[in-house]
Design a protein around this ligand. Structure first.
Ligand code: BES
Ligand code: ZN
Ligand code: ZN
Length: 473
């Protein structure tokens, strides 16, 4: 928990943020501490740790020659270093005393809180794994307490998203995912409606049904609503997340080496849930709908096979040429379903293609869409929160690759531009302002990556929360 306080008690641990070496004189250090810190800073250190036996002090010198967004990211990463030290020392409280610009405080809180996250549910000895840190005290007499509340809500949302991604199929079937969504909705305040297999069938969501056919677990379609009375918008923002609870590839079975991270294929859905949780908890005055189609994709007795022709929710027919291109099948139905809300804007998130990772790398989201103004906004926020986006074009010539001789569309394109042909496929099912985020790279890390952690990162929650926060203002 992050809390506000107006006085720093010098017998507690603290992190001091300064943007100029001279400011070292303005922080509460003993003479010995000061001498040591000055020496370190003179030796070009920008992170100083002074460990006394009962407390720890950290000094972060922000490099003012870097651009603002890089400074914020450096601070978040320092938050990760602090948590590593704190773990060893079993500290429970840390104060933040910031002599730089106000944003630095929030960046450090984020870095610390997001680094503190761990997925410990399955360890026999959970207590041993859990971080000792209980509270961050922001020392300030000018900080707005609502900003701290918003940040607490956001962190909680990222935790929710990461938890969902990190759960394996042995726990999180599509039904379990829907139950978790219901539980989180009750906890944070958004409404949920879960469509079950029968309802999905009677709605004729052909894409979701086809992908589910190889599974013994029924599919679900979760609808989340946050519609506060003081909403600034008439038409809702709709977020659609891919909820593939495990992707084996289906009959086009993935080889080993490609299967081992595929519990992350529900990361888009997880982000939508985390986002809904954060905005409900923060009580943002904005109408938002979240949609998560969910199933696993696996070979089974009745699994869909290549050359099957599927009639989708909106009546479009699709020739399946690869059962591993299943994400677009379930998203297409959800995107077509979203039309009924007469949305202001629809944003979908999906771990959709390996091609997106090839194109923009593991840490970057590929963004596509038909609304340049909103894409520009997202790109800027991407730098601000360091969930960066690179845009890929949706030129019409790419759609040639999706032509089928027996149906309206094929579900895969050719060898090249796989992230774009997937985007073109989705575009077919939209008739509104729309943005597609392919998060196949940044949704999941196999190596510990600073405050992004290991496993599910919750990418997109911070990006879209900030996007909505700016809309609501
Ligand atoms: N879930 C995968 C994409 C993926 C790859 C996510 C790596 C996370 C990390 C998706 O369903 C998939 O298998 N896509 C295929 C599409 C192809 C068959 C056209 C791919 O990218 O290989
Ligand atoms: Zn797949
Ligand atoms: Zn997939």
């Amino acid at each position: 928990m992050i809390q506000l306080t107006n006085k720093y008690l010098t017998d507690e641990s603290a992190a001091f943020i300064i943007s100029d070496k001279k400011q070292i004189k303005d922080i509460q250090l003993s003479k010995v501490e000061m001498n040591f810190a000055e020496k370190m800073l003179d030796n070009k250190a920008n992170f100083v740790h002074i460990n006394s036996f009962y407390k720890s002090l950290f000094i972060l010198l922000v490099n003012s020659e870097k651009d603002e967004f890089t400074q914020l990211e450096d601070i978040r990463k320092s938050g990760n270093r602090i948590i590593t030290e704190i773990k060893e020392l079993k500290l429970e409280t840390i104060n933040i005393v910031n002599l730089g610009s106000e944003n630095f405080t929030y960046a450090l809180c984020e870095g610390i809180m997001l680094s503190k996250y761990g997925f410990h549910k399955y360890f026999k000895d959970k207590a041993e794994k859990t971080s000792s840190l209980k509270e961050i005290k922001v020392v300030s007499s000018s900080t707005d307490s609502t900003k701290v509340d918003l940040l607490n809500a956001l962190i909680e949302g990222v935790y929710n998203a990461r938890d969902i991604v990190n759960e394996p199929l042995s726990f999180m079937t599509a039904q379990k995912l829907s139950q978790e969504i219901e539980r989180i909705g009750k906890e944070t305040g958004f409404k949920t409606e879960i469509l079950d297999k029968k309802q999905i069938e009677s709605l004729k969501m052909g894409g979701l049904i086809a992908v589910n056919r190889g599974s013994i677990h029924p599919p679900t379609f979760s609808i989340m609503r946050w519609e506060p009375e003081n909403a600034i918008n008439e038409k809702p923002y709709v977020f659609v997340g891919k909820g593939l609870v495990f992707d084996t590839g289906g009959i086009n079975l993935k080889p080993s080496g490609y299967l081992e991270t595929m519990k992350c294929d529900k990361a888009g859905g997880a982000t939508v849930v985390g986002l809904m949780a954060a905005i409900a908890k923060a009580k943002l005055p904005i109408k938002v709908i979240g949609l998560v189609p969910a199933t696993d994709n696996r070979p089974g007795n009745d699994a869909y096979v290549p050359e099957d022709i599927i009639t989708m929710f909106d009546g479009t027919t699709v020739e399946v040429l690869n059962t591993d291109a299943e994400g677009r099948m379930i998203l297409a139905d959800a995107l077509a379903y979203a039309k009924k809300y007469k949305p202001q804007l629809v944003i979908d998130l999906a771990t959709l293609t390996g091609a997106a990772v090839v194109a923009v790398g593991e840490n970057t989201t590929a963004v596509m869409g038909n609304t340049p103004k909103e894409i520009e906004k997202l790109k800027t926020i991407g730098f601000e929160v360091w969930e960066k986006l690179v845009e890929l074009p949706l030129w019409d010539e790419y759609k040639e690759q999706l032509k089928s001789s027996v149906a309206d569309l094929k579900n895969i394109g050719g060898k090249y531009a796989g992230a774009i042909t997937a985007g073109k496929f989705l575009e077919h099912f939209t008739d509104y302002d729309w943005i597609h985020l392919d998060i196949a790279g940044p949704a999941f890390t196999e190596k510990d990556d600073s405050y992004r952690g290991i496993g599910g990162t919750g990418v997109g929650v911070r990006l879209l929360f900030e996007f909505l926060k700016q809309k609501a203002n």
